[in-house]
Design a binder for this molecule. Structure first.
Ligand SMILES: [Zn+2]
Length: 675
């Protein structure tokens, strides 16, 4: 039996392209940035807020412009009770047990489940075939309740209804974090058709959790004994980690068509980064950590430790992974587990966070300009808040600058540096150099990279183009963007005889410090495929088949048509046009083809290595549509007689090779299919 879990709550309207061009959803500034006097005056204004449901609907679209206190008191922001971290942390340290002020933006369409515009919680258990009753939306209370109308506070923490609401609240908040102007400054699309991500809080028994594009779902498993069950849906870190996969898959859907372990590791990094930044974003938890560590972020294990309860139960250590690690690129060149490789980049971004916090605590007057507060020594709480605020911009905004395919750690590092340059060209505090130094120390950027990044240059270089199109024309539609690219193939390093396509086109309104708007960004992604023959016994059962290498670029323009960023993954085929120019453009092409050849070589090596390690499986999935706890790290799809397409596991997960090693030790099967 196959249960159509995606149809019960979701009446899906596919607006894919047009939806991506929605207005961005910036949240209003936090009250922490307000001075005491402005806080007091706002409080006086909103005393006794009492608005009708009709007025609330009309205010809803403007919520981001309204004061936080007003939004809370008028029910535009609704409070829920969730675990801060997970039940294990709650038990060990009740001070960080339950978050009773987990605010979520009210939406007109809230329904049982919970179901909202972008999520539908469907509590279906594939092992037992049971569908748990959904949490009920009580219009009168403006709250979700248990089936019997009971309140879902910490006393209900053991009920499945509480679990359903807990996971939904975390996801609503995580989505708002990404869509905020300090994040991507636009609506986040999903990588699948449809607008609701299905959330399965008790998908079955297993030590894992997944994001799975095929079933459009996040799946959370549980394990342990009946008396002491660990629910992964109750772990903030695990929920955020899986959601990080869903977001990255939405904004860069072609990353999963790859055989590169580093790209898989980048996906894992996004998961862990999301967990860390969302922990830091939580006001109560952040204040608590700031007080406990006296403003020293390096001492906060709550921040640097990912999935405490899970790590404790499964690996017998106080966390699953830690962001406080000394790992370098050269230590992981032969690594086969993307989760372990990801620690290098997670560690680098945690270094950045620590450097920011150090800077803020050592130079209290230095960052007075970051708020309306006058220069004065900063409290630990302020240091943490400033660090959290800037970190969101530094780590999330660069995602729009990434190339559309095969992202490496270096690509992300370059995007982070470029994004910093764009947001803060003068850079009075030297953050740009700090970023370069952190990435250099980890071996993510080379000496040459660092030298080139530090060369003095103009902020924007105009592209040399053969045929000019105005940015208004380019940004009008996918077809218009295609014509612009096609007219300028030689300039944009697209081979003359390759069919390419525009993968995405959208615009974003990001914000810089002091909530100041940055120039609108128009982001254009284009790509094409190059055939690669797998020739030799090292390719095992794929010998003599053809696979494809994805090539392409991401162009980011401002409103005036200036190119803010151009990230390229060239192919190995030369231009090949009828009329070819010499000089600078010729040199650019020669360089691109050299890079393309290196990429092709790396692809062949990757596939051979994965074949040798027996890491390539067939497309997984149980007959009920859920995944179970075993999944191959990479899959091969044979299309036709001689074409094979490799993909990262379509169900990106919390945990990787540990299972593989366990399976090998017990002599259980590998993922290699036997054909
Ligand atoms: Zn993962």
């Amino acid at each position: 039996m196959r249960v159509a879990i995606d149809e019960r709550h979701t009446s899906v309207t596919n607006l894919s392209r047009s939806r991506r061009r929605d207005n961005p959803a910036e949240e209003s500034t936090s009250s922490e940035a307000m001075s005491p006097s402005s806080k007091a005056s706002r409080r006086a204004l909103i005393k006794g807020v009492d608005i009708s449901p009709e007025v609330r609907v009309s205010l809803y679209a403007q919520q981001r412009y309204l004061p936080l206190d007003f939004s809370r008191k008028s029910g535009l922001l609704l409070p829920f009770v969730t675990y801060f971290q997970d039940p294990f942390v709650a038990k060990e340290d009740p001070a960080v047990g339950f978050d009773r002020k987990a605010y979520v933006q009210w939406e007109p369409g809230l329904m049982d489940g919970p179901t909202s515009a972008r999520f539908a919680v469907v509590d279906y258990n594939a092992d037992t075939g049971m569908l748990e009753p959904p949490a009920k939306w009580d219009e009168q209370l403006q709250q979700f309740t248990g089936g019997d109308g009971s309140r879902l506070d910490e006393r209900a923490a053991r009920t499945f209804a509480f679990h359903q609401v807990n996971v939904w609240v975390l996801l609503q908040r995580a989505l708002a974090f990404f869509e905020d102007g300090s994040g991507l400054g636009r609506r986040v699309p999903w990588a699948f058709e449809g607008n609701r991500l299905i959330v399965v809080p008790h998908a079955g028994y297993g030590e894992n959790a997944y994001y799975d594009r095929r079933s459009k779902s996040l799946q959370f498993y549980y394990f342990g004994s009946e008396a002491d069950t660990i629910f992964t849906c109750l772990s903030t870190d695990i929920v955020c980690h899986e959601f990080g996969h869903a977001v990255l898959d939405g904004v860069r859907p072609f990353l999963n068509e790859s055989s590169s372990l580093e790209t898989a590791a980048f996906h894992e990094f996004m998961g862990d980064l999301t967990a860390i930044l969302l922990t830091l974003r939580n006001n109560s938890l952040r204040r608590q950590e700031a007080d406990a560590t006296q403003g020293d972020i390096s001492k906060s294990e709550t921040l640097s430790s990912i999935a405490e309860e899970f790590g404790n139960a499964v690996q017998g250590r106080p966390y699953l992974r830690t962001a406080r690690n000394p790992h370098k690129m050269w230590e992981v060149v032969n690594e086969t587990d993307p989760h372990r490789m990801s620690e290098v980049l997670t560690g680098a971004m945690f270094d950045v966070l620590m450097r920011l916090a150090e800077h803020y605590s050592e130079n209290p007057a230095d960052h007075a300009g970051d708020s309306d507060a006058e220069a004065q020594p900063k409290s630990p709480r302020q240091v943490f808040w400033r660090s959290a605020d800037r970190m969101q911009r530094m780590a999330i905004q660069p995602l729009d600058l990434l190339p559309p395919v095969e992202v490496t750690f270096r690509d992300y590092a370059l995007a982070v540096c470029r994004s910093q340059k764009l947001a803060d060209p003068i850079d009075p505090h030297g953050y740009y150099d700090m970023l370069i130094e952190v990435f250099r120390k980890r071996g993510i950027l080379s000496v040459k990279d660092a030298r080139e990044l530090k060369e003095p240059r103009y902020l924007n270089e105009r592209l040399r183009l053969s045929v000019h199109h105005s940015i208004d024309d380019i940004s009008r539609s996918l077809a218009a963007a295609y014509r612009f690219l096609d007219d300028n193939r030689e300039d944009l390093l697209i081979p003359a005889n390759r069919d390419f396509f525009v993968a995405d086109l959208y615009d974003a309104k990001k914000r810089a410090r002091q909530n100041a708007p940055l120039p609108r960004q128009i982001v254009l992604q284009y790509l094409w495929r190059e055939e690669v023959l797998l020739d030799g016994p090292q390719f095992g059962r794929f010998n003599a088949l053809t696979t494809t290498m994805l090539c392409g670029g991401t162009l980011v323009f401002d409103d005036n048509g200036n190119v803010l960023s151009w990230a390229m993954k060239p192919g190995s085929i030369p231009y090949g046009g009828k009329r070819q120019r010499g000089g600078k453009i010729r040199a650019q092409w020669d360089d691109a083809v050299r890079q393309g050849e290196a990429r092709r070589h790396a692809l062949l090596e990757n596939v051979a290595a994965q074949v040798a390690a027996g890491r390539i499986g067939t497309v997984a999935g149980s007959e009920k549509g859920l995944l179970g706890s075993q999944a191959a790290p990479m899959t091969a799809e044979v299309a036709g007689n001689d074409l094979v397409r490799f993909q990262l596991s379509p169900h990106l997960q919390l945990l990787g090779d540990r299972q593989k090693h366990a399976a090998e030790e017990t002599g259980a099967r590998r993922w290699q299919i036997s054909c």
